[in-house]
Design a protein around this ligand. Structure first.
Ligand SMILES: [Zn+2]
Length: 430
């Protein structure tokens, strides 16, 4: 009993643990033997908690818990959140070791907020990590590098949100069909599948798209061909092919490092996914520069004396790219895509894709069914704001939230209109 009191005190005395009654209720249901399973971290906790009670007090798991214990548990659960659950989880573990002196709260708080990522050496190890640390019940990823990246990215999201993010119940590697948004399945790296019952989410599944992985060479080659057509592949002093971007891009050196390894046949499947993503992001930056036609035409006219403002479509793109490359060579001028210097394009590669999907899982678990079924279509003005985040972000409120979430988790900072739009549409984490 003393143990429970201490546990209770530790949690109740700290005001940052706030959660809705609804969630607490489902945990209570689970503890008292009902089948309601909502949050994986909670579920782990409940098992441990039940075992703990059994061991310490001779109570039977999921069955009759003495009334006085119930009285003590309920207030804790009223304040429960995944963060709290994580705290309790570690509290219980520690209590077995050093119960007599109590536990310094700061230590627990710190521990509850972060999971230490450990790179797995085998699929079994990665699966075990996903289960034990992230509460993922089923983790079926055949490639170790991909498995490690998934665990790493999900851990990052957990730690950055101080354990508040609502994670996946399952992770699988499957060939995706056409998705609800009608996008080409071979161009979709991953999706979040939510299973509903009575308009409530039962579980979320992260599906890594096998088809996307298998088509990665084609996707890379398509981009490289296009770059070549625009005169953006040239030889450097050492005689190696390099990619020349017309716009300033944060990862242009990394991009070329990947490109070199790709040509040497040294990229693994997962590294190819990252390279492909870098290529796409770089192209996105270029499109952003070119879409600002007035300033692109003006600077070319000013320095090169060529007027291309009457051109459009492919012709405009080809001439504008030629001009911008010449500006770099002869005038040391590099076109900058962004007005916002804080936008870093941090979310790239498989990491960026997983963070985006993690955002979906979280929304599925905390937003109303109606909101999930019909995301808000942006007005022209809102779409313009969302465009700061990425090319895909203006698609609708749901995609905007996830694109922004992935960026924020990767260290990007957005302007205040973008952040207002994020909060207005239900964004929580920064
Ligand atoms: Zn999405």
């Amino acid at each position: 009993m003393k143990i429970l009191q201490l546990l209770f005190k530790n949690v109740r005395n700290n005001s940052f643990f706030k959660q809705t009654w609804k969630e607490s209720k489902s945990i209570v249901d689970s503890i008292f033997g009902c089948s309601s399973k909502k949050n994986t971290i909670n579920r782990n906790f409940i098992n441990d908690f039940a075992e703990f009670l059994e061991k310490k007090n001779g109570m039977s798991k999921g069955g009759a818990i003495a009334e006085d214990t119930e009285e003590m548990i309920l207030p804790i659960l009223e304040n429960s959140s995944p963060k709290t659950m994580n705290l309790l989880h570690s509290t219980i573990k520690k209590m077995d070791l050093e119960i007599s002196d109590g536990i310094p709260f700061e230590l627990l708080e710190q521990e509850a907020r972060s999971i230490k990522f450990k790179k797995a050496k085998s699929i079994e190890e990665a699966t075990q990590y996903a289960k034990e640390q992230l509460g993922i019940n089923r983790f079926e990823v055949p490639d170790i590098e991909t498995a490690n990246q998934i665990n790493y990215s999900l851990t990052k999201a957990f730690n950055k949100t101080e354990g508040a993010i609502k994670g996946f119940d399952e992770v699988e590697y499957v060939a995706l069909g056409k998705n609800s948004k009608g996008l080409d399945p071979s161009r979709c790296p991953a999706e979040t599948h939510a299973v509903f019952k009575d308009q409530k989410v039962k579980k979320t599944v992260l599906r890594i798209n096998k088809t996307f992985f298998e088509n990665i060479d084609k996707s890379i080659n398509d981009e490289l061909t296009m770059l070549e057509e625009h005169g953006q592949i040239s030889k450097n002093k050492l005689g190696n092919n390099i990619i020349r971007l017309v716009a300033d891009y944060r990862y242009s050196n990394t991009l070329n490092r990947y490109y070199r390894l790709y040509q040497q046949g040294k990229l693994t499947q997962k590294a190819k996914v990252d390279f492909d993503s870098l290529l796409h992001n770089a192209m996105e930056e270029e499109r952003y520069v070119l879409s600002n036609k007035t300033s692109t035409c003006n600077i070319i006219k000013e320095y090169l004396g060529i007027d291309i403002s009457h051109l459009s479509g492919k012709e405009y793109i080809t001439k504008a790219k030629q001009g911008l490359l010449e500006l770099q060579d002869n005038h040391n001028i590099i076109a900058c895509a962004r007005e916002n210097p804080l936008k870093q394009n941090g979310a790239v590669g498989l990491d960026g894709y997983i963070l985006h999907e993690q955002g979906h899982s979280d929304c599925f678990k905390r937003m109303s069914y109606n909101k999930l079924k019909s995301p808000h279509k942006f007005s022209d003005e809102e779409a313009h704001i969302a465009r700061e985040v990425s090319e895909y972000a203006p698609f609708d409120s749901s995609e905007f939230l996830q694109e922004t979430f992935a960026g924020l988790m990767s260290g990007d900072k957005y302007s205040s209109p973008t952040m207002s739009l994020y909060f207005k549409n239900g964004g929580l984490y920064t």
